[in-house]
Design a binder for this molecule. Sequence first.
Ligand code: AMP
Ligand code: MG
Length: 333
Amino acid sequence: MKIKRITAIVTVAVMLIALSACQSSYTTDIFAMDTIMTITAYGKDSEKATELAKQKIKQLERLFSVTDSDSEIGNINASTDFVEVSYDTEKIITRALEISNMTQKAFDITIRPVTKLWGFTDNNPHVPDAMDIESALNTVESCRVEIENGKIKCTGELDLGAIAKGYAAECIRAIFDQYDIKHAVVSLGGNVMLKGSRPDGKPWNVGITHPQNSEEIIGILKAQDTSVVTSGGYERSFVQDGITYHHIIDPKTGYPANSGIISATVISLDDTLADALSTAFYVSGVEQSAQYWRQYGGFDMILITDGCIYITEDIYDYFQLKDGSFSVVKLEK
Ligand code: AMP
Ligand code: MG
């Protein structure tokens, strides 16, 4: 059995080209939430704001970790009664439950009993027993989450892995607003948060990882003042008996999602939404995702299947394809 993990640096190649020299800037790296993160900010208070962003990420990691039994999520998972939680934990769970309902539970934070069995977060990935998956799915099915003024009760177990980095990006955006940082780029694994444009006024170039060869990029998206979040099975997978299994689980089956999508990117100024939806769309496939986009809007997306790339109309002209073997479809409202 072989485990394959691709580091964040490869996952999203943000190209910082021809940056203006007259702005002061500050860059720092941090390893948190199981990935390498890089924060670059421009402006007078860039160092202070970046250091505060780093502290915020560490604080959120301590609150949201599923492997740390002392975290707030650890406490919620260990108890079937109300547990006192911080503002951030209440906010992220409230938002996650809303998005879960809107995606018909393709994105579902109560999936932890199933993701625990697959062992990705415990560095012991393996195919679980089918009976165990069945019983974990029953726990997910009957799970109830209640939120009451700073207290949360969950009859099952929560996993914030598909939304935590998006929420962290949202918090960093707020810190940058507070310190009047007008230009910044934050790379959090498969998530890229862009504040404003590049300092020279041009949009940022965000490389989208090639899902069939994660050392390469499949194309470049020009974007600014938004989050670009990609979910792909290639980010975490293992091979058992010649079959590749990845970490994004279809809550309907308890097995790795098999919707035909091999990479789902969501682009939105709502950093948290972009993270949750990229996971949801990876699970639910092209047709349902396009239907969701037409119904709700408020974001753009790039969905990749074996041989085809679907791009929503508003960003179509801003995506430059590098691999000509894929055909491109423009999604229209
Ligand atoms: P992402 O990389 O944002 O797509 O998130 C993947 C992570 O979210 C996995 O490693 C799991 O911890 C968790 N997860 C897997 N499947 C789901 C799902 N269907 N809904 C919510 N979280 C999930
Ligand atoms: Mg996600």
